[in-house]
Design a protein around this ligand. Structure first.
Ligand code: BDP
Length: 715
């Protein structure tokens, strides 16, 4: 008996632990709906499921719907085999019973393409909800959307939704190494267990694809852009194939990074020259082998001739020569090449912000039709804030895809709360003026501005082995936001925050409003305490975590002092026509707007201008005062974030409450560290007093300089 009680106790403690809110379920938390009114309402409208499936992806959707409905509505769902009142009918248009088919317009169905869907409550003879699509993936996405409606407590009486993704390739980029470390990863190790693959299939793989498919992501690059050729060996390809087998049923294709020197490194040839026939054949054979194992392999992502990576320029060839060589090997199988534009060279004495444009614009139109150029959102490197990359709009004859960073390399990593949808939205809604007013980045990316034949959005993943996947619970919101914006780049960050909060914390109005305010303010706050007014790349060298505006390492280039250029006269990087002339890479009238300190938006002012410390800002303050004020305001606001969060005590579960609170306390402390370190350093140049209302740094500059960083787990 005693044993039995102990056993019972252990089981219930275990169960309790298992169901603790540890964040593992992400935005797919299928708990029974607590609000009885809502529960009864849904139970009235959703009595049975009539699911017509004819493919594996549809079987997946069927399983997901059954699980979700059974859990949310608290009863076991079975399948019906005919249309009746309050049945949810799910099926591809072609598979629907003729009576239901007649309700839809053929042209409308055609326009849905492979991935679009309709969710509609029909009131004709019977009253029921139909989820239909032209293709199997549409069924999967429509199903997840329907589940999302219920999780968010939406009214479904007259639901009438039509969704078509604006972008074709919606893809995560894992910077995961084969030894399971993750470059710039702050959530543990890589979830790819290469050692035990292909025979051991971790259940995480399944949860990973479920989460991704539920927000419309349809591709994943498994390996780091700083690539290891080993992944192209047979042994590893078999492991990749095992993952692809899991992902396929959720509509997710697998891609790999291709190390340009692989034919050499793997010991087959003594050159990797893209114009060499043996090299071309080697890649053709390799690609053939890949497709024999993974028939729906997506293609390659390539970082070449950047930060020491091998590439076609090693042989005097161009990026186009390199990309096209790989593209031709992939073409017969429908694969693509995503060739990165993140290139810069220490040996080129040119403003780093200008280099990618200089190298790629002359190649416009020279790439094969299965090549995309993958361009980071800004011209330097995922800074807390950058103006958009001038390549957008400047390559009308080459499809450009955008690369956002979801992992927070320069934004407080796994420790600071920053809702990146704000950053993504700011970029996507920026006007390039490439074809006059309203030539938004979103229109470049969705292909509508230049009629691109292929479109894509990539996000550098923040996923790791941590129980909640992303280290910081709010990192999940950035993964979620990326998926939603890749589907629809015109969504607002507010709408995305709204969804994510409801899915993550439930539908309590007060919880929603507190968390939403905090999330929507968070990006501007971080910019203020790290890099206000267009400052950039002043983080500590290498790890990119804390402040390091003094870093010069004896090198004139690519260090903090290179970017901020503070001296006794003033501060900022002169990229005007009188300086590096980076402004000229933007279309008119933006180039003129940026070129003139009177019209340049102040959020970018020190990105484009070197200004006197006494320069008058719009607020009436001097530049020095404004800089001090921004840092102070950033710190004060970080404190405000922590205080706002404290209002949630008792309104959400203690586990997630405490997790986030501890991190917000660190963030507050580190916002002060940023303010104090940066102000004490910049004051050595400005030699002006701290204005009223700005707390002088607590310690002297030498102290901040001497701090070693126990931080930065990512490599
Ligand atoms: C920088 C990272 C570096 C990456 C590089 C890239 O610091 O780790 O390898 O970008 O995107 O942001 O290739």
């Amino acid at each position: 008996m005693k044993k039995f009680i102990i056993l019972l106790f252990t089981i219930s403690a275990y169960t309790f632990l298992m169901y603790a809110e540890n964040g593992y379920d992400l935005w797919l938390r299928y708990n029974k709906i607590e609000d009885n009114k809502l529960l009864n309402y849904y139970n009235k409208l959703i009595k049975e499921i009539f699911f017509i499936e004819s493919s594996n992806i549809e079987k997946t959707a069927k399983k997901e719907l059954k699980i979700a409905l059974s859990k949310l509505l608290g009863k076991e769902f079975n399948f019906a085999y005919k249309v009746a009142n309050n049945v949810v009918v799910v099926g591809r248009y072609n598979n629907l019973p003729t009576t239901i088919k007649a309700i839809f317009d053929m042209d409308e169905i055609e326009a849905l393409g492979d991935e679009g869907y309709i969710i509609k409550r029909i009131k004709k003879n019977n009253e029921f909800i139909a989820i239909t699509a032209k293709g199997e993936k549409g069924i999967l996405y429509g199903t997840f959307h329907f589940i999302r409606l219920l999780l968010m407590g939406e009214n479904i009486d007259n639901v009438n939704i039509k969704e078509i993704p604006a972008i074709k390739i919606r893809i995560l980029n894992h910077w995961d190494n084969l030894n399971r470390t993750v470059e710039r990863g702050y959530a543990g190790f890589s979830i790819w267990d290469w050692h035990r693959l292909p025979d051991y299939i971790d259940t995480r793989y399944l949860d990973y694809v479920r989460a991704n498919a539920s927000i419309g992501i349809n591709g994943t690059v498994l390996t780091n852009v700083n690539a290891n050729a080993l992944v192209l060996t047979r042994q590893y390809l078999e492991k990749v194939a095992a993952l692809a087998n899991v992902f396929r049923n959720y509509g997710i294709k697998v891609y790999l990074t291709a190390r340009f020197s692989a034919p050499k490194e793997l010991g087959y040839l003594n050159t990797a020259d893209p114009l060499n026939e043996n090299v071309q054949n080697w890649w053709k054979e390799k690609v053939k082998e890949i497709y024999s194992l993974i028939p729906d392999f997506g293609g390659f992502l390539v970082k070449a001739n950047s930060e020491g990576q091998p590439g076609p320029q090693d042989y005097g060839r161009t990026h186009a020569d390199g990309a096209n060589m790989l593209a031709r090997a992939l073409k017969p199988y429908g694969g693509i090449v995503m060739w990165r534009a993140f290139v810069y060279d220490h040996n080129v004495p040119e403003d780093r912000a200008k280099q990618a444009y200089n190298e790629f614009v002359p190649l416009d139109g020279k790439f094969d039709d299965n090549v995309l150029i993958q361009v980071k959102n800004g011209p330097i490197d995922f800074q807390p804030r950058e103006p958009f990359h001038p390549l957008f709009g400047a390559m009308p004859n080459t499809p450009l895809m955008i690369e956002f960073q979801i992992t927070q390399e320069y934004l407080g990593q796994g420790t600071h709360l920053v809702f990146l949808a704000k950053l993504y939205e700011e970029v996507l809604k920026s006007d390039t003026y490439a074809k006059g007013k309203s030539s938004l980045i979103a229109k470049v990316i969705d292909g509508s501005l230049h009629n691109y034949n292929i479109t894509g959005m990539a996000g550098v993943s923040n996923i790791g082995t941590d129980i909640n996947w992303t280290g910081h619970l709010f990192g999940q919101a950035n993964w979620y936001a990326f998926g939603r914006l890749a589907w629809n780049p015109y969504l607002t960050s507010e709408k995305i925050a709204d969804e994510w909060i409801k899915l993550t914390f439930g539908n309590n109005e007060k919880v929603l409003s507190i968390i939403k305010n905090l999330m929507l303010a968070s990006h501007e706050i971080v910019v203020s305490y790290m890099t206000p007014l267009g400052l950039h790349h002043i983080m500590g060298m290498g790890h990119h975590y804390g402040p390091g505006p003094w870093v010069d390492q004896g090198r004139p280039d690519w260090t903090s002092v290179y970017y901020h250029r503070a001296n006794e006269k003033g501060i900022g990087f002169d990229r005007t026509t009188k300086g590096s002339n980076a402004v000229s890479q933007y279309f008119s009238p933006l180039n003129e707007i940026f070129n003139n300190p009177e019209t340049c938006p102040e959020k970018y002012i020190l990105w484009f201008h070197h200004l006197d410390w006494d320069h008058r800002m719009k607020s009436g303050r001097t530049l020095w005062e404004e800089l001090c004020y921004k840092y102070q305001n950033g710190y004060d606001s970080a404190k405000w974030m922590r205080q706002e969060w404290e209002k949630l005590k008792g309104l959400i579960d203690d586990e997630r409450y405490n997790h986030v609170l501890m991190l917000l306390k660190i963030q507050e402390k580190e916002a002060k560290w940023w303010k104090d370190a940066c102000l004490s350093y910049f004051q050595t140049f400005s030699k002006r007093p701290y204005p009223q209302g700005v707390e002088p740094p607590e310690k002297d500059l030498e102290y901040y300089k001497s701090l070693k960083f126990p931080y930065a787990p990512g490599i």
